[in-house]
Design a protein around this ligand. Structure first.
Ligand code: NAD
Length: 430
Protein backbone atom coordinates (compact mmCIF):
# COMPACT_ATOMS: atom_id res chain seq x y z
CA UNK A 1 0.00 0.00 0.00
CA UNK A 2 1.16 3.57 -0.65
CA UNK A 3 1.31 5.66 2.47
CA UNK A 4 2.18 9.23 3.38
CA UNK A 5 3.09 10.14 6.96
CA UNK A 6 2.98 13.85 7.79
CA UNK A 7 5.08 14.80 10.82
CA UNK A 8 8.31 12.84 11.04
CA UNK A 9 8.88 12.88 14.81
CA UNK A 10 8.93 10.09 17.42
CA UNK A 11 5.58 8.74 16.19
CA UNK A 12 5.67 9.55 12.47
CA UNK A 13 9.20 8.34 11.79
CA UNK A 14 8.70 5.08 13.69
CA UNK A 15 5.24 4.43 12.16
CA UNK A 16 6.45 5.20 8.64
CA UNK A 17 9.58 3.07 9.00
CA UNK A 18 7.72 0.08 10.43
CA UNK A 19 5.03 0.24 7.74
CA UNK A 20 7.78 0.40 5.09
CA UNK A 21 9.47 -2.60 6.69
CA UNK A 22 6.23 -4.54 6.22
CA UNK A 23 6.48 -3.94 2.47
CA UNK A 24 4.50 -0.72 2.05
CA UNK A 25 5.71 2.26 0.02
CA UNK A 26 6.08 5.09 2.53
CA UNK A 27 6.93 8.74 2.14
CA UNK A 28 7.52 10.73 5.34
CA UNK A 29 6.91 14.48 5.27
CA UNK A 30 8.11 17.13 7.68
CA UNK A 31 8.19 20.91 7.38
CA UNK A 32 11.41 20.97 9.41
CA UNK A 33 13.93 21.08 6.55
CA UNK A 34 16.83 20.27 8.87
CA UNK A 35 15.18 17.00 9.98
CA UNK A 36 14.49 15.92 6.41
CA UNK A 37 18.04 16.83 5.36
CA UNK A 38 19.46 14.70 8.20
CA UNK A 39 17.21 11.75 7.29
CA UNK A 40 18.19 11.99 3.61
CA UNK A 41 21.84 11.85 4.74
CA UNK A 42 21.10 8.76 6.85
CA UNK A 43 21.35 10.64 10.18
CA UNK A 44 18.63 10.32 12.86
CA UNK A 45 17.01 13.47 14.32
CA UNK A 46 15.90 11.46 17.39
CA UNK A 47 17.24 8.53 19.39
CA UNK A 48 15.16 5.36 19.43
CA UNK A 49 16.78 1.91 19.80
CA UNK A 50 17.06 0.10 16.43
CA UNK A 51 15.58 2.99 14.44
CA UNK A 52 18.71 4.04 12.51
CA UNK A 53 19.25 0.49 11.22
CA UNK A 54 15.59 0.03 10.23
CA UNK A 55 15.47 3.39 8.42
CA UNK A 56 18.70 2.58 6.53
CA UNK A 57 17.37 -0.86 5.53
CA UNK A 58 14.13 0.51 4.14
CA UNK A 59 15.68 3.51 2.40
CA UNK A 60 18.09 1.11 0.69
CA UNK A 61 15.16 -1.10 -0.36
CA UNK A 62 13.53 2.05 -1.80
CA UNK A 63 10.40 1.59 0.33
CA UNK A 64 11.03 4.66 2.50
CA UNK A 65 11.73 8.24 1.42
CA UNK A 66 11.56 11.75 2.87
CA UNK A 67 10.34 15.12 1.70
CA UNK A 68 9.34 18.55 3.01
CA UNK A 69 6.45 18.80 0.56
CA UNK A 70 3.00 17.46 1.48
CA UNK A 71 1.95 17.45 -2.18
CA UNK A 72 4.84 15.16 -3.11
CA UNK A 73 3.92 12.83 -0.26
CA UNK A 74 0.25 12.76 -1.13
CA UNK A 75 0.28 12.41 -4.88
CA UNK A 76 0.55 8.65 -4.98
CA UNK A 77 -0.64 7.71 -1.49
CA UNK A 78 -3.97 6.19 -0.51
CA UNK A 79 -3.51 6.53 3.25
CA UNK A 80 -2.34 9.82 4.77
CA UNK A 81 -1.29 9.74 8.43
CA UNK A 82 -1.33 13.00 10.38
CA UNK A 83 1.28 12.61 13.12
CA UNK A 84 2.25 16.19 13.88
CA UNK A 85 2.74 17.49 17.41
CA UNK A 86 -0.24 18.59 19.54
CA UNK A 87 1.45 20.48 22.41
CA UNK A 88 -0.44 21.75 25.47
CA UNK A 89 -1.52 25.36 25.87
CA UNK A 90 -1.13 26.93 29.32
CA UNK A 91 -4.71 25.94 30.33
CA UNK A 92 -4.20 22.30 29.30
CA UNK A 93 -6.10 22.54 26.02
CA UNK A 94 -4.30 20.82 23.12
CA UNK A 95 -2.92 23.19 20.51
CA UNK A 96 -4.34 21.83 17.27
CA UNK A 97 -2.93 24.49 14.98
CA UNK A 98 -0.43 22.04 13.40
CA UNK A 99 -3.21 19.50 12.76
CA UNK A 100 -5.43 22.18 11.25
CA UNK A 101 -2.68 23.52 8.97
CA UNK A 102 -1.78 20.06 7.70
CA UNK A 103 -5.47 19.15 7.19
CA UNK A 104 -6.11 22.20 5.03
CA UNK A 105 -3.04 21.45 2.95
CA UNK A 106 -4.06 17.81 2.50
CA UNK A 107 -7.47 18.94 1.25
CA UNK A 108 -5.95 21.29 -1.31
CA UNK A 109 -3.84 18.50 -2.82
CA UNK A 110 -6.50 15.76 -2.95
CA UNK A 111 -7.23 14.53 -6.47
CA UNK A 112 -8.49 11.00 -5.75
CA UNK A 113 -9.99 9.08 -2.80
CA UNK A 114 -7.84 9.32 0.34
CA UNK A 115 -8.08 7.89 3.84
CA UNK A 116 -6.88 10.56 6.25
CA UNK A 117 -5.76 9.04 9.52
CA UNK A 118 -5.65 11.02 12.74
CA UNK A 119 -2.58 9.50 14.43
CA UNK A 120 -1.68 12.47 16.61
CA UNK A 121 -3.26 12.47 20.06
CA UNK A 122 -6.21 14.83 19.77
CA UNK A 123 -9.26 15.73 21.86
CA UNK A 124 -12.60 14.11 21.17
CA UNK A 125 -14.47 15.80 18.31
CA UNK A 126 -11.26 16.63 16.42
CA UNK A 127 -12.32 14.12 13.74
CA UNK A 128 -15.38 16.26 13.06
CA UNK A 129 -13.21 19.37 12.78
CA UNK A 130 -10.88 17.59 10.37
CA UNK A 131 -13.85 16.57 8.18
CA UNK A 132 -15.21 20.13 8.30
CA UNK A 133 -11.80 21.61 7.36
CA UNK A 134 -11.28 19.18 4.50
CA UNK A 135 -14.71 20.00 3.09
CA UNK A 136 -13.81 23.69 3.26
CA UNK A 137 -10.57 23.31 1.28
CA UNK A 138 -11.51 20.35 -0.93
CA UNK A 139 -11.32 22.34 -4.17
CA UNK A 140 -11.47 19.25 -6.40
CA UNK A 141 -14.46 17.75 -4.51
CA UNK A 142 -12.57 14.52 -3.99
CA UNK A 143 -13.96 11.58 -1.98
CA UNK A 144 -12.31 11.03 1.39
CA UNK A 145 -12.71 9.37 4.77
CA UNK A 146 -11.28 10.30 8.16
CA UNK A 147 -10.14 7.59 10.58
CA UNK A 148 -9.00 7.94 14.18
CA UNK A 149 -6.12 5.57 14.88
CA UNK A 150 -4.53 6.55 18.21
CA UNK A 151 -0.94 5.63 18.84
CA UNK A 152 0.13 3.76 21.98
CA UNK A 153 3.88 3.31 21.36
CA UNK A 154 6.31 4.09 24.16
CA UNK A 155 9.52 5.97 23.47
CA UNK A 156 12.45 3.65 24.13
CA UNK A 157 10.58 0.59 22.80
CA UNK A 158 8.73 2.29 19.95
CA UNK A 159 9.66 -0.17 17.21
CA UNK A 160 8.71 -3.20 19.27
CA UNK A 161 5.47 -1.52 20.35
CA UNK A 162 4.60 -0.60 16.77
CA UNK A 163 5.36 -4.05 15.38
CA UNK A 164 3.68 -5.90 18.27
CA UNK A 165 0.85 -3.69 19.55
CA UNK A 166 -1.50 -4.88 22.32
CA UNK A 167 -4.39 -3.63 20.20
CA UNK A 168 -5.14 -1.48 17.19
CA UNK A 169 -7.94 1.01 17.63
CA UNK A 170 -9.74 2.28 14.54
CA UNK A 171 -12.44 4.91 14.80
CA UNK A 172 -14.19 4.83 11.44
CA UNK A 173 -17.28 6.28 9.81
CA UNK A 174 -17.38 4.20 6.61
CA UNK A 175 -16.96 0.55 5.61
CA UNK A 176 -14.68 1.67 2.77
CA UNK A 177 -12.17 3.24 5.18
CA UNK A 178 -12.43 0.28 7.56
CA UNK A 179 -11.53 -2.09 4.69
CA UNK A 180 -8.45 -0.04 3.76
CA UNK A 181 -7.25 0.15 7.36
CA UNK A 182 -7.89 -3.54 8.05
CA UNK A 183 -5.87 -4.36 4.93
CA UNK A 184 -3.00 -2.09 6.07
CA UNK A 185 -2.91 -3.66 9.55
CA UNK A 186 -3.42 -7.24 8.33
CA UNK A 187 0.23 -8.27 9.03
CA UNK A 188 -0.12 -7.29 12.71
CA UNK A 189 -1.14 -10.04 15.09
CA UNK A 190 -3.21 -7.79 17.34
CA UNK A 191 -6.89 -7.41 18.09
CA UNK A 192 -8.47 -4.65 16.03
CA UNK A 193 -11.08 -2.61 17.87
CA UNK A 194 -13.47 -0.84 15.55
CA UNK A 195 -15.36 2.09 17.02
CA UNK A 196 -16.88 5.37 16.01
CA UNK A 197 -14.39 8.24 15.72
CA UNK A 198 -15.29 9.95 19.03
CA UNK A 199 -14.94 6.77 21.12
CA UNK A 200 -11.57 6.08 19.52
CA UNK A 201 -10.37 9.59 20.38
CA UNK A 202 -11.47 9.11 23.99
CA UNK A 203 -9.77 5.68 24.22
CA UNK A 204 -6.37 7.39 23.85
CA UNK A 205 -6.92 10.06 26.49
CA UNK A 206 -8.62 7.62 28.88
CA UNK A 207 -5.79 5.07 28.50
CA UNK A 208 -2.97 7.55 29.17
CA UNK A 209 -4.86 9.17 32.03
CA UNK A 210 -5.46 5.76 33.60
CA UNK A 211 -1.76 4.86 33.38
CA UNK A 212 -0.80 8.23 34.85
CA UNK A 213 -3.32 7.56 37.65
CA UNK A 214 -1.63 4.23 38.44
CA UNK A 215 1.74 5.99 38.77
CA UNK A 216 0.35 8.70 41.03
CA UNK A 217 -1.46 6.06 43.09
CA UNK A 218 1.84 4.20 43.60
CA UNK A 219 3.51 7.48 44.57
CA UNK A 220 0.78 8.33 47.07
CA UNK A 221 1.16 4.85 48.61
CA UNK A 222 4.95 5.37 48.70
CA UNK A 223 4.47 8.57 50.67
CA UNK A 224 2.45 6.65 53.27
CA UNK A 225 5.11 3.91 53.32
CA UNK A 226 7.75 6.58 53.99
CA UNK A 227 5.78 7.87 56.94
CA UNK A 228 4.99 4.50 58.56
CA UNK A 229 8.19 2.63 57.66
CA UNK A 230 6.75 0.16 55.10
CA UNK A 231 8.25 -0.80 51.75
CA UNK A 232 6.39 0.37 48.61
CA UNK A 233 8.21 -2.15 46.39
CA UNK A 234 6.77 -4.99 48.44
CA UNK A 235 3.35 -3.34 48.46
CA UNK A 236 3.44 -3.03 44.66
CA UNK A 237 4.53 -6.65 44.33
CA UNK A 238 1.73 -7.80 46.59
CA UNK A 239 -0.82 -5.72 44.71
CA UNK A 240 0.55 -6.51 41.27
CA UNK A 241 0.04 -10.26 41.52
CA UNK A 242 -3.68 -9.58 41.48
CA UNK A 243 -4.53 -9.94 37.78
CA UNK A 244 -7.19 -7.25 38.09
CA UNK A 245 -4.48 -4.76 39.12
CA UNK A 246 -1.22 -5.84 37.45
CA UNK A 247 2.31 -4.88 38.50
CA UNK A 248 3.11 -2.45 35.67
CA UNK A 249 2.95 1.30 36.28
CA UNK A 250 3.05 0.80 40.05
CA UNK A 251 6.66 1.97 40.38
CA UNK A 252 7.06 4.78 42.88
CA UNK A 253 9.51 7.50 41.95
CA UNK A 254 9.84 11.16 41.04
CA UNK A 255 6.68 11.07 38.94
CA UNK A 256 5.93 10.90 35.27
CA UNK A 257 7.07 13.29 32.56
CA UNK A 258 7.55 13.16 28.82
CA UNK A 259 5.60 14.52 25.92
CA UNK A 260 2.48 12.39 26.50
CA UNK A 261 1.26 11.77 30.06
CA UNK A 262 1.36 15.35 31.42
CA UNK A 263 -0.07 16.75 28.18
CA UNK A 264 -2.74 14.10 27.66
CA UNK A 265 -3.83 14.25 31.29
CA UNK A 266 -4.20 18.04 31.12
CA UNK A 267 -6.06 17.72 27.82
CA UNK A 268 -8.49 15.14 29.25
CA UNK A 269 -9.21 17.37 32.26
CA UNK A 270 -9.82 20.24 29.83
CA UNK A 271 -12.06 18.13 27.55
CA UNK A 272 -14.06 16.92 30.57
CA UNK A 273 -14.53 20.49 31.82
CA UNK A 274 -15.65 21.64 28.37
CA UNK A 275 -18.22 18.86 28.33
CA UNK A 276 -19.50 20.00 31.74
CA UNK A 277 -17.77 17.40 33.92
CA UNK A 278 -15.21 18.23 36.58
CA UNK A 279 -12.71 15.32 36.47
CA UNK A 280 -11.46 15.87 40.04
CA UNK A 281 -9.76 12.48 40.21
CA UNK A 282 -7.39 13.43 37.39
CA UNK A 283 -6.64 16.78 39.00
CA UNK A 284 -5.44 14.84 42.05
CA UNK A 285 -3.24 12.71 39.77
CA UNK A 286 -1.62 15.90 38.45
CA UNK A 287 -1.16 17.31 41.97
CA UNK A 288 0.49 14.17 43.31
CA UNK A 289 2.80 14.11 40.30
CA UNK A 290 3.95 17.69 40.92
CA UNK A 291 4.50 16.90 44.63
CA UNK A 292 6.79 13.96 43.85
CA UNK A 293 9.45 16.22 42.36
CA UNK A 294 9.31 18.38 45.50
CA UNK A 295 9.57 15.28 47.68
CA UNK A 296 12.83 14.33 45.98
CA UNK A 297 14.23 17.82 46.61
CA UNK A 298 13.13 17.55 50.26
CA UNK A 299 15.02 14.26 50.56
CA UNK A 300 18.17 15.94 49.21
CA UNK A 301 17.66 18.73 51.75
CA UNK A 302 17.16 16.23 54.60
CA UNK A 303 20.46 14.60 53.66
CA UNK A 304 22.49 17.78 53.13
CA UNK A 305 20.64 20.27 55.37
CA UNK A 306 21.66 23.41 53.42
CA UNK A 307 21.73 23.29 49.61
CA UNK A 308 23.51 26.58 49.03
CA UNK A 309 27.09 26.07 47.77
CA UNK A 310 26.64 22.28 47.64
CA UNK A 311 27.51 20.34 44.50
CA UNK A 312 24.82 17.90 43.42
CA UNK A 313 25.48 15.16 40.89
CA UNK A 314 22.44 14.20 38.80
CA UNK A 315 22.28 10.89 36.97
CA UNK A 316 19.62 10.68 34.26
CA UNK A 317 17.99 13.60 32.47
CA UNK A 318 15.68 12.07 29.87
CA UNK A 319 12.10 11.54 31.07
CA UNK A 320 12.68 7.80 30.91
CA UNK A 321 15.46 5.38 29.91
CA UNK A 322 16.26 4.56 26.27
CA UNK A 323 15.17 7.93 24.92
CA UNK A 324 16.73 11.36 24.38
CA UNK A 325 13.38 13.07 24.97
CA UNK A 326 13.46 15.81 27.60
CA UNK A 327 9.97 17.19 27.11
CA UNK A 328 8.45 17.67 30.60
CA UNK A 329 11.27 15.53 32.06
CA UNK A 330 11.17 15.67 35.91
CA UNK A 331 14.96 16.24 35.86
CA UNK A 332 14.49 19.74 34.43
CA UNK A 333 12.19 20.96 37.23
CA UNK A 334 14.28 19.25 39.89
CA UNK A 335 17.54 20.78 38.62
CA UNK A 336 15.93 24.24 38.35
CA UNK A 337 14.69 23.99 41.96
CA UNK A 338 18.08 22.85 43.27
CA UNK A 339 19.82 25.67 41.39
CA UNK A 340 17.32 28.20 42.77
CA UNK A 341 18.39 27.04 46.27
CA UNK A 342 22.01 27.89 45.38
CA UNK A 343 23.35 24.40 44.59
CA UNK A 344 25.74 23.70 41.71
CA UNK A 345 24.79 20.87 39.39
CA UNK A 346 26.90 18.26 37.65
CA UNK A 347 24.83 16.01 35.39
CA UNK A 348 25.03 13.05 33.06
CA UNK A 349 22.67 11.11 30.80
CA UNK A 350 23.75 8.28 28.48
CA UNK A 351 21.83 9.66 25.47
CA UNK A 352 20.11 12.98 26.19
CA UNK A 353 23.22 15.16 26.68
CA UNK A 354 23.01 17.02 23.34
CA UNK A 355 19.42 18.05 23.96
CA UNK A 356 20.14 18.76 27.65
CA UNK A 357 22.95 21.21 26.80
CA UNK A 358 20.41 23.32 24.89
CA UNK A 359 17.85 23.36 27.73
CA UNK A 360 19.76 23.39 31.02
CA UNK A 361 21.76 26.45 32.01
CA UNK A 362 24.84 26.58 34.29
CA UNK A 363 25.14 22.82 34.49
CA UNK A 364 28.49 21.06 34.28
CA UNK A 365 28.07 17.90 32.21
CA UNK A 366 30.08 14.82 33.20
CA UNK A 367 31.61 12.37 30.70
CA UNK A 368 29.99 9.45 32.53
CA UNK A 369 28.47 8.62 35.92
CA UNK A 370 31.88 8.39 37.65
CA UNK A 371 33.13 11.68 36.23
CA UNK A 372 29.84 13.28 37.36
CA UNK A 373 30.10 11.93 40.92
CA UNK A 374 33.61 13.35 41.40
CA UNK A 375 33.62 15.80 44.34
CA UNK A 376 29.83 15.92 44.70
CA UNK A 377 28.12 16.27 48.08
CA UNK A 378 25.32 13.97 46.96
CA UNK A 379 24.40 11.87 43.93
CA UNK A 380 20.77 12.00 42.82
CA UNK A 381 19.27 9.39 40.50
CA UNK A 382 16.42 10.71 38.37
CA UNK A 383 16.20 8.32 35.38
CA UNK A 384 16.61 4.57 35.81
CA UNK A 385 19.01 3.87 32.92
CA UNK A 386 20.21 0.27 33.24
CA UNK A 387 23.87 1.36 33.26
CA UNK A 388 23.23 3.11 36.58
CA UNK A 389 22.07 -0.18 38.10
CA UNK A 390 25.46 -1.65 37.17
CA UNK A 391 27.59 1.10 38.74
CA UNK A 392 30.65 0.17 40.78
CA UNK A 393 29.29 1.67 43.99
CA UNK A 394 32.59 1.30 45.84
CA UNK A 395 34.19 3.53 43.22
CA UNK A 396 31.29 6.00 43.39
CA UNK A 397 31.69 6.21 47.18
CA UNK A 398 35.35 7.10 46.86
CA UNK A 399 34.60 9.78 44.25
CA UNK A 400 31.84 11.52 46.25
CA UNK A 401 32.80 14.15 48.82
CA UNK A 402 30.20 12.66 51.18
CA UNK A 403 28.69 9.20 50.56
CA UNK A 404 25.07 10.20 50.01
CA UNK A 405 22.76 8.86 47.31
CA UNK A 406 19.19 10.04 46.85
CA UNK A 407 17.54 7.55 44.54
CA UNK A 408 14.43 8.87 42.83
CA UNK A 409 13.81 5.56 41.04
CA UNK A 410 14.49 2.95 43.72
CA UNK A 411 17.18 1.21 41.65
CA UNK A 412 19.36 0.07 44.58
CA UNK A 413 18.67 -2.17 47.58
CA UNK A 414 18.52 -0.11 50.80
CA UNK A 415 20.19 -2.91 52.84
CA UNK A 416 23.12 -3.23 50.44
CA UNK A 417 23.58 0.54 50.32
CA UNK A 418 23.75 0.70 54.13
CA UNK A 419 26.30 -2.15 54.14
CA UNK A 420 28.41 -0.20 51.67
CA UNK A 421 28.32 2.75 54.05
CA UNK A 422 26.08 5.10 52.10
CA UNK A 423 23.49 7.45 53.48
CA UNK A 424 20.81 6.21 51.13
CA UNK A 425 17.38 7.75 50.62
CA UNK A 426 14.82 6.37 48.19
CA UNK A 427 11.08 6.63 47.62
CA UNK A 428 8.73 4.83 50.00
CA UNK A 429 11.22 2.30 51.40
CA UNK A 430 12.56 1.81 54.89
P1 NAD B 1 7.31 15.28 17.50
O1 NAD B 1 7.35 16.69 17.96
O2 NAD B 1 8.46 14.39 17.77
O3 NAD B 1 7.02 15.23 15.94
C1 NAD B 1 6.07 16.01 15.30
C2 NAD B 1 6.64 16.40 13.93
O4 NAD B 1 5.64 17.07 13.18
C3 NAD B 1 7.82 17.35 14.04
O5 NAD B 1 8.94 16.80 13.37
C4 NAD B 1 7.33 18.62 13.35
O6 NAD B 1 8.35 19.31 12.64
C5 NAD B 1 6.27 18.05 12.41
N1 NAD B 1 5.33 19.05 11.92
C6 NAD B 1 4.68 20.02 12.62
N2 NAD B 1 3.94 20.75 11.78
C7 NAD B 1 4.10 20.25 10.54
C8 NAD B 1 3.60 20.59 9.27
N3 NAD B 1 2.78 21.64 9.10
N4 NAD B 1 4.00 19.87 8.19
C9 NAD B 1 4.84 18.82 8.33
N5 NAD B 1 5.35 18.45 9.53
C10 NAD B 1 4.98 19.16 10.62
O7 NAD B 1 5.98 14.67 18.15
P2 NAD B 1 5.71 13.14 18.50
O8 NAD B 1 6.29 12.84 19.84
O9 NAD B 1 6.04 12.31 17.34
O10 NAD B 1 4.13 13.19 18.69
C11 NAD B 1 3.25 13.36 17.59
C12 NAD B 1 1.84 13.11 18.07
O11 NAD B 1 1.71 11.75 18.50
C13 NAD B 1 1.41 13.96 19.26
O12 NAD B 1 0.06 14.27 19.15
C14 NAD B 1 1.65 13.04 20.45
O13 NAD B 1 0.83 13.35 21.54
C15 NAD B 1 1.28 11.70 19.87
N6 NAD B 1 1.94 10.56 20.52
C16 NAD B 1 3.24 10.63 20.87
C17 NAD B 1 3.86 9.53 21.46
C18 NAD B 1 5.30 9.59 21.89
O14 NAD B 1 5.72 8.70 22.65
N7 NAD B 1 6.08 10.57 21.47
C19 NAD B 1 3.13 8.35 21.68
C20 NAD B 1 1.80 8.31 21.29
C21 NAD B 1 1.21 9.41 20.70
Amino acid sequence: MKICVIGTGYVGLVTGTCLADLGNQVICVDNNGEKIKMLKQGRMPIYEPGLAELVAKNVKAKRLSFTTKIKEGMDKSLVIFISVNTPPKSDGEADLSFVEKVTAEIAEHMREYKVIVEKSTVPVETGEKIIQTIKLHNVHKTDFDVVSNPEFLREGSAIKDTMHPDRIVLGVSSKRAEKVMRELYRPFKAPIIITDIKSSEIIKHASNSFLAMKISFANAVANICDRVGADVEKVAEGMGHDKRIGRSFLNAGVGFGGSCFPKDLAAFIYIAKKSGYDFEMLKAVQKINEQQKKILVQKVEEALWVLKHKTIGVLGLAFKPETDDLRFAPAIDIINTLQAEGASIRAYDPIAMTKARKILKNVQFGKNAYDTAKGCDVLVIITEWSEFRELDLGRIKKLLKTPIIVDGRNIFEPGKMRELGFVYKSIGRK
